[in-house]
Design a protein around this ligand. Sequence first.
Ligand code: SF4
Ligand code: SF4
Length: 303
Amino acid sequence: MTEQQKLSTLIKRRAEELGFSACGIAKAEAVSADVRKGFEEWIANGAHGEMGYMARNLEKRMDPTLLVEGCRSIIVVAQNYFPAAASPQISRYAQGRDYHSVVKEKLFQLLDFINSIVPTKGRAFCDSAPVLERYWAVQAGLGTCGRNRQLIIPGCGTHFFLGELLIDVEAECDTPLKESLCNGCNACIRNCPAGALGEDGLDARRCLSYLTIEYRGELPTATGEKLGECFYGCDRCQSVCPHNRAAQPHNEPQFAPSEELLAMQRSDWQGLTKEKFDTLFNDSAVQRCGYEQFLRNIKSTIK
Ligand code: SF4
Ligand code: SF4
């Protein structure tokens, strides 16, 4: 076994101890020309809506070696967030503590571990930098992308946060899976209530997740009817994916919803005060949306 293979084995073992469901390693290099072209077209078509940050730092997004000096390897981890119990008004990913903090804290522990084996410089990311996360997860052999734009992990489904550790040390790399896991059933496309998914991918401007979390303006007419029960995010293109029939609940205590959140009935959301919002969503990803926007969502669907 080479030194790179030994290091890779140790990294994956430590990632498993930290509670990650999957870990793979990709060679740090610029993304393929096809992927770059597809991303540039998506931006040029305006399909990213008002997420201006998606259009910024293009060169770094296309070449992660620009994010860490001397970057050699990209370690990609997947953290399960499929909940055993959840508030039906809030998307599954946002039931407990903010995933950015949880995943990054574990990644820093992984970096410390690698540093204890070999001197290493690196940076940890979780939806927090211009990194094409799903692309690198595919390169690292974790799974393949479905038509619902989610990473499908074999036998596990799509309810995963992705995190990356960019390091200046070379570890043995994995290879992408040879065949797509997406069976092309189009259940995700047919069941999207907003018509946001199509052959060309996701049009964020129509997506209920984008509208209820990222979008700051007035919600388009009929958004409330499309939202149904959930008014923060949307899980439907994942719920209907056959790969999620076997989804197992996560075992991360920090993602568990509070009793207070679980106790909220649909009628309780009306008249939600700022104080209650902050209590319910202290250290939660829901804070990204903010109180005023959250109220806008409630009003659109609960009359
Ligand atoms: S999150 Fe909801 S609105 Fe967005 S693409 Fe999926 S099903 Fe459609
Ligand atoms: S629902 Fe069907 S088409 Fe959509 S991602 Fe899952 S397997 Fe692919």
